[in-house]
Design a protein around this ligand. Structure first.
Ligand code: TXA
Ligand code: MG
Length: 321
């Protein structure tokens, strides 16, 4: 491991807070994926994050807070959004809300939009840092724009080397897929990114209909700037729903399938558990990508519950160009 990677400890946590206060950037675990944290009040830090990720500045960052009180300083809540926040936070649900403009979050961090993406993360390390930092923290996923997200410290260091002053190693992210994004800023309720929390679960809690806005699947116009077609993609071309791998392929499969003695291959979950598959997905895609084979091929993954999100990520990863 490189020198800029430190195990989670009171020392590394204090160091992270110092770096954030000095307009630096730090990689941290969340329960979904690793993020690159910065102070959204500092133009310099925000620019560093955009440059590092090679992310277009029209694609706004998610802002993380540790209390509803802090959230209310930068976003406008109504009864419904407060109910949803109280039920799902801390946790893997990001809410798009009308923005309350002030210096806690610079325009640049939210691409000058009238709305803001917010969540309280459940990760202990992130919560401790938010508590000490006492201000909101912007944190996009810790991957070069378009590439596979990071679910452990090694992925972050593979992608960015020493360009991040500090990477705190807190082990694997619990879920392994990004938060669900629920847009509450429009008349209708939209899920603009599928994630850990399924639309069915949200509907059950709030009793209001929710649409999934996915222009790749539904051929709709994107309603969120981040809904790019190709994303989460390895450098190796990826093909989904392949049952018979060929020579030159690297195989990713799922469940107790004895037929797959194929080499090279990785099994997302031997016991056929979709949560385990989600946790392994980005790690295994990165591992297979490193082999430099002609193609990565993936067998069909059950289209149910969190399996729908896994399928959506793989579909985006398989889009050409
Ligand atoms: O699980 C997660 O959400 C992780 C961890 C680190 O918290 N973060 C993450 O951030 O996935 P990022 O930047 O990779 O994805 C943020 C998404 C982008 O697709 C962006 O377009 C969308 O959120 N977004 C941010 N602000 C928005 C806004 N005001 N309106 C619509 N979409 C927004
Ligand atoms: Mg991302």
């Amino acid at each position: 491991m490189q020198k800029n990677v430190l195990k989670e400890s009171p020392y590394s946590i204090n160091k992270a807070v110092k770096i954030l206060n000095n307009e630096g950037i730090v990689a941290l675990k969340t329960e979904t994926v690793y993020g690159i944290a910065c102070n959204p009040n500092s133009i310099f830090s925000i620019e560093s994050v955009y440059n590092l990720k090679k992310r277009p500045t029209f694609n706004p960052l998610i802002i993380h807070v540790n209390t509803l009180e802090m959230a209310k300083k930068i976003a406008v809540f109504n009864n419904l959004s407060e109910k949803i926040a109280k039920y799902f936070w801390p946790g893997p649900l990001t809410l798009i809300l009308p923005r309350r403009k002030n210096k806690l979050v610079e325009d640049l961090a939210v691409s000058g939009l009238e709305t803001i993406a917010l969540r309280i993360p459940n990760s202990k390390v992130f919560q401790k840092i938010l508590k000490k930092f006492k201000k909101p923290i912007a944190a996009p996923s810790a991957n070069p724009s378009g590439y596979i997200s990071s679910t452990n410290a090694r992925h972050v260091s593979d992608s960015f080397g020493k360009k991040i002053e500090l990477i705190i190693d807190s082990g694997k992210s619990h879920f392994g897929l990004e938060s669900t994004i629920l847009d509450l800023s429009k008349k209708k309720l939209y899920i603009t990114r599928q994630g850990i929390i399924t639309p069915e679960v949200i509907k059950k809690i709030i009793g209001v209909n929710i649409e999934i806005s996915d222009y790749l699947i539904k051929k709709q116009k994107p309603i969120s700037p981040g809904q790019t077609k190709k994303h989460y993609a390895p450098k190796t071309p990826l093909k989904i729903n392949v049952r018979n791998p060929k020579k030159g392929d690297a195989l990713l499969f799922f469940g107790n399938n004895k037929n797959y003695t194929f080499n090279p291959s990785l099994n997302l979950s031997k016991k056929g558990d979709l949560y385990e598959a989600a946790q392994n997905l980005f790690d295994y895609l990165r591992k297979l990508d490193k082999l430099g084979m002609k193609r990565i091929v993936v067998t069909p993954i059950p289209f149910e519950g969190i399996g729908k999100t896994i399928n959506e990520r793989l579909l985006r990863a398989s889009v050409d160009g």
